[in-house]
Design a protein around this ligand. Sequence first.
Ligand SMILES: Cc1cc2nc3c(=O)[nH]c(=O)nc-3n(C[C@H](O)[C@H](O)[C@H](O)COP(=O)(O)OP(=O)(O)OC[C@H]3O[C@@H](n4cnc5c(N)ncnc54)[C@H](O)[C@@H]3O)c2cc1C
Length: 453
Amino acid sequence: MSTLIADLIAIASAKNVITGDALLERPTSYWDSSPTRAIAVVKPATTEQVSAILALCNRRKQTVVVQGGLTGVVQGANSSVEDVVISLTRLDKILEVNEVDGVAQVESGVVLQSLQNELTDRGLLFPLDLGARGSCTIGGNVATNAGGINVLRYGMMRNLVLGLEVVLMDGTVVSSMYPMLKNNTGYDLKQLFIGSEGTLGVVTKVLLRLFPLPVSRQSAMIAADSFESVVGLLQQVKAKLAGTLSAFEVMWNNYYVGVTGEGQHRPPLGRHYPYYVMIESEGFEPESDKIRFQNLLETAFEAGQIVDAVVANSEREREELWLVREEFDPILPAYLYDISLPIQKMTAYTDELEQRLTTELNGTNSVVFGHIADGNLHIFVGPYQNENHHANVDSIVYGSLQKYGGSVSAEHGIGLGKKAWLSINRSDVELGMMRGIKSIVDPDGLLNPGKVI
Ligand SMILES: Cc1cc2nc3c(=O)[nH]c(=O)nc-3n(C[C@H](O)[C@H](O)[C@H](O)COP(=O)(O)OP(=O)(O)OC[C@H]3O[C@@H](n4cnc5c(N)ncnc54)[C@H](O)[C@@H]3O)c2cc1C
C-alpha cells in the first residue's frame, strides 16, 4: 500500500477509502457509466477530515478532484488515474432549520430532494429545483451555481446562499457563515466560490435561504402556434401571475415529439403544435389563486396565445405533465447544450442552427426546450456518432451563437466540456483575473486540475 493511501486511511478510515477493483463499480457520472479513474476515492465525514486530506495532498503536490452527486453535465467532476477524489456524500446532515430567520444550515453532501422533503414537512421551501434533485448535492449545486425550473421566481443558487464554509487546497477553513441577507462588509467572498466548479475550494457547509411553502399550486401544459404567442403569453403571466408564477418551461415541437408517443411518455396534448409550455403558479390563497390562473388561461385563449391546454387536477396529473418536460431519456444519447441568449433572438438562432446542422452534418438534428424566461435554452443534438462529429457540432452550436450575443453556458458551468469555448464569452482581462484568483488560493493548480480555466 502506498504511503498516500495509508495516510488517507489514517484520516478517513479504511472503509471510506475506495481503491483498486472497488473503483470499477463506481460510475464516472450520471452521464458516463465507465468506471471512476483515480488513485483513490476518499469519503470524509467532517470539515476537519476534508481539511486534513487537502493539506496532505497539498504537501505531496497531489491533484484532487471534488465530487458531489455526479450529475453535473460538463465533466467538472471527472477524474484521472493520477487524482485523489474527495467525495462529499458522507457530509449529509441537515444541521439546523431556523424558521424565524428562514435559514437552513446544511452539510454540502445533503441531497437536494432530502432537504426539500424535510422542509416540506415543516411548511418551508428551499426553492432550487431541477431534474437531478434525487441525486445532486447542495455542494454541487453551489459549485455549479445551479438554476433549474424556479429561477424565474427565486433566482439561481447565487440568490439562495447566505453563507458558506469552504476548505482551501492547503487545508485552510474559510468560514463565511453569515445568516443575514444584508451584510455589506467588504468583498462578498462566498460569491467567489459559488459557480467555481470545485476549482477554488471544497464547500463543506452552506447556509441557505428558505421561503414559506406555498399551499396552492396550479399547473398546466399549453400549446401555442407561434413563438410570438409564447412570448406574448410570457408577458401576460409575468404581469397577471406576479408573485406566484414559478415555472414557464417551453418545449419546441421537436422535443415534444421526441419524448412522447409509442412506448414513451403519454402526450398530454396533440403532437402537431409548434410549441408547448409548462406553466406553474404557487401561492397562499387556494381559491383566488385558482381563479386567477383560470382567468389568465381564458384571456390567453381569447387572445390566441394558447390554442390548446390541459390543466392538472391532481398531483398525479401534475407529475405526468412534468415527466414530459423533465424525463428526456427517449432522446438520448445526444450531445446536450445549455446556452443563453436574448428571448427575441431565440428562434432566429434555433432555425439557423437546424439549417446548418442539416446542410453541414447530414442526418444531424436538434431538439430544443428551455427556461426561456431566463433566456436559457437546452439543446440536444444527435444522433451521437463520435468525438469528431461532436467537435463539429460544438463548432456549429457555439459558432452560430456568437453573433446573437449568447452565452455558451447558462447554468451547467464550464468544467472540461466547454473549456475550449470560454473565451467566446470572457475577455482576456477577465480570464487573466480568473487565473490570478486561482493562483492565490491554489498556487500549484492541484484542485480540480484543468477544469474551467
Ligand atoms: C437530469 C438532470 C437535470 C439537470 N437539470 C439541471 C437544471 O435544470 N439546472 C441546472 O443548473 N443544472 C441541471 N443539471 C446539472 C447540475 O449541474 C447538477 O445536477 C448539480 O447542480 C450538480 O450537483 P452534483 O452534486 O451532482 O455535483 P457533481 O456533478 O458531483 O459536481 C459538479 C461540479 O461541482 C463540483 N463540486 C461538487 N461538489 C462540490 C463541493 N462540495 N465543493 C466544491 N465543488 C464541488 C465538482 O467538482 C464539479 O465541478 C441537471 C443534471 C441532470 C442529470
